[in-house]
Design a protein around this ligand. Structure first.
Ligand SMILES: *Cc1c(COP(=O)(O)O)cnc(C)c1O
Length: 469
């Protein structure tokens, strides 16, 4: 183009930017890289600002060294253990470190793997439980027992043909209660899955209580049902901010744990972990042999090729911060969450469900709004969007499904000052909604809700029934 005297050298006067980018068919011709870059870059201006996204659990702030390591690893495939032995070695170290953090009896010999996120890790944990159940002589249709869950468990149930038994919540309870477990278990129950950091509310489920209930069940009936803890966000919080909470391998019944490195683990997007209590808890059938240099790490994944940078960066965060540093970072997040909760409570109309107490849940705040207001939380969410804040509103689970809840996740990089800016904007939004109440309050569909929860109306049991019919 520079040789063409009639052509402009201004990027925006060149054909692709002047007339529009290809959209619906694979393009015939090429364009200058700079023009293509500009088109893509500009289109993404319409995305939300990640650090103002309080709906996400995932990392939205990474330091420059982490960015550098990600960049340096961009061409390394983690599955090539032989070609990139040191990336493989860092993964093995991370597995041992997490097994140690979560009190596995022998962190040096247990098994675990990095994954793309908690979803893959949860499915691997569930598959291991299903294989162990079958090995114990299980026949019939396997099931697992849980409370209100993240959508991954609906996926696991459907993809791998396991019945999901979601315990209905009673009264004001928002978490799975130990007293309700036993009646849902039978000889085909492959595991109970407590959520350590619910997506709905941010609350921790009582893993120790559930374990005790299963001990009692075993004493009465002989049924020995293992626990898989979905610690997607709690796994990197409680060990530092509430070490006295017993939810991990200190409970012998806990056989596997999943956690998202890319949530509270502080790694960039694409990092998860599945860790088993001991090598015996991951059945051999799930392990595939790729050439590699000794050690006990399982190569057991749903994908084959995966980027290596997430593991490299995880290792960087682990050794950079250690227990002391993670404790500081997570305590700071909890302190901002508590500050935000106090501010929201002071605004008046809300009922706080989770106030950011590290003994009760993750670094988050969740609240409801009594329905005597002329607006609802979808309206508030919508108003906050005009200032760039992304704050999720969605229905509560189970028999409180007609109520709406709002939730703000407080992550590394969300400061006290940002919380104050948000509070001012919530106050401004409320004032406007009070003086100009919507004629028709928004509903979930109109608000385009962004939720990570399993939708209770899509039940796997119902689907199974439909498929069989
Ligand atoms: C986020 C989350 C998941 C899914 O994790 P990804 O890392 O996003 O795949 C599963 N369970 C819970 C409780 C979660 O919060």
């Amino acid at each position: 183009m520079p040789d063409d005297p009639t052509a402009s050298d201004d990027l925006f006067a060149q054909p692709p930017l002047e007339t529009g980018a290809p959209k619906n068919a694979f393009p015939d011709s090429e364009m200058f890289a700079e023009a293509a870059y500009q088109i893509v870059h500009d289109e993404l201006l319409l995305d939300g600002v990640a650090r103002m996204n309080l709906a996400t659990f995932c990392t939205t702030w990474v330091d420059d060294r982490a960015r550098r390591l990600m960049n340096e690893s961009i061409d390394k495939n983690i599955v090539d253990k032989d070609e990139y032995p040191q990336t493989a070695e860092l993964e093995r170290r991370c597995v041992r470190m997490l097994a140690d953090l979560w009190h596995a009896p022998d962190p040096a010999t247990t098994r675990g793997t990095s994954t793309t996120g908690s979803s893959e890790a949860a499915m691997l944990g569930g598959l291991a439980a299903k294989f162990r159940w079958r090995k114990r002589g299980g026949t019939g249709i396997p099931n697992f027992v849980c409370g209100p869950i993240q959508v991954v468990w609906e996926k696991f149930a459907r993809y791998f043909d396991v019945d999901i038994r979601q315990v209905p919540l009673r009264g004001d309870r928002l978490t799975l209660h130990p007293d309700d477990i036993a009646t849902h278990c039978d000889e085909n129950t492959i595991m109970v899955v407590p959520t350590f950091g619910q997506t709905f509310t941010g609350l921790f489920e009582d893993v120790a209580g559930i374990s005790q209930a299963l001990d009692d069940l075993q004493a009465r009936t002989g049924l020995d049902i293992p626990i898989h803890v979905d610690a997607a966000s709690g796994g990197f919080l409680a060990p530092f901010a509430a070490p006295e909470l017993v939810w991990d391998f200190r409970l012998p019944r806990v056989r596997s744990v999943n956690a998202s490195g890319h949530k509270t683990g502080l790694a960039p997007l694409g990092a998860g972990w599945a860790i088993w209590r001991s090598a015996d808890d991951l059945p051999e059938e799930l392990i595939f042999d790729v050439d590699y240099l000794g050690g006990n790490m399982a190569t057991c994944n749903l994908n084959f090729s995966r980027p290596g940078g997430q593991v490299v960066t995880s290792y960087y965060e682990f050794i950079r911060l250690g227990r002391v540093g993670y404790s500081r970072v997570q305590s700071a997040a909890y302190s901002v969450a508590q500050h935000l909760a106090a501010g929201i409570e002071k605004l008046g109309p809300f009922e706080i469900i989770h106030d950011g107490d590290p003994l009760r849940g993750i670094a988050a705040v969740s609240w409801t709004l009594p329905d005597d207001q002329p607006y609802n939380l979808y309206d508030l969410s919508d108003r906050l969007r005009t200032r760039g804040w992304l704050v999720a509103a969605y229905p509560l689970p189970a028999d409180r499904g007609d109520e709406t809840i709002m939730r703000a996740l407080i992550r590394h990089g969300f400061s006290h000052d940002m919380a104050d800016l948000l509070l001012t904007d919530i106050q401004r939004a409320l004032a406007q909604l009070d003086t100009h109440p919507p004629t028709v309050p928004l509903d979930r569909a109109a608000a385009g809700g962004f939720t990570h929860n399993a939708t209770p109306e899509v039940s796997t049991a119902a689907l199974r029934h439909r498929l069989r019919a």
